[in-house]
Design a protein around this ligand. Structure first.
Ligand code: FES
Length: 136
């Protein structure tokens, strides 16, 4: 199966510096999941919304991933801290793990995401009824 071309995600203005993330649905290995994008130091970073410690979503409210100092991606379950520019675990029960990147970039006022062989866009009627996002 051919990897799709990049896809539009949001207007660049929707991602404020160290602000709320844009969250969207994807498919990873044919299963529903969610991804998110943040702006950090002017650049856009995207990851799957799935903690390395326990494979669950991390935001404490939709799109709210950063700690009070807006420095770390913070898992709302057990407090794992991730470097938002690399996805690398910095503290907490995520060990040496790293968030799964979802390639994103910005061009001409638009943020794009790049599907990969593993992480693809949701096709119409692809999520079975009753299936949750990214939960084990
Ligand atoms: S589920 Fe994220 S730190 Fe435990």
């Amino acid at each position: 199966m051919k990897t799709p071309e990049r896809l539009p995600l949001c207007d660049a203005a929707a991602l404020q510096e160290r602000g709320k993330a844009v969250v969207w649905d994807v498919m990873q290995w044919g299963r529903p999941a969610r991804a998110f994008a943040l702006r950090i130091d002017g650049r856009v970073f995207g990851y799957l919304n799935r903690c390395v410690h326990v494979p669950t979503e991390m935001d404490w409210q939709e799109g709210e991933f950063l700690d009070a100092d807006r420095r770390w991606i913070l898992c709302s379950f057990h407090g794992a801290h991730y470097d938002p520019t690399t996805g690398q675990c910095a503290a907490g029960p995520c060990g040496r793990g790293r968030l799964t990147p979802v390639p994103c970039h910005e061009q001409d006022g638009q943020v794009w995401w790049q599907p990969t062989d593993d992480i693809r866009p949701v096709e119409f009627d692809e999520i079975p009824p009753g299936e949750s996002h990214g939960q084990p």
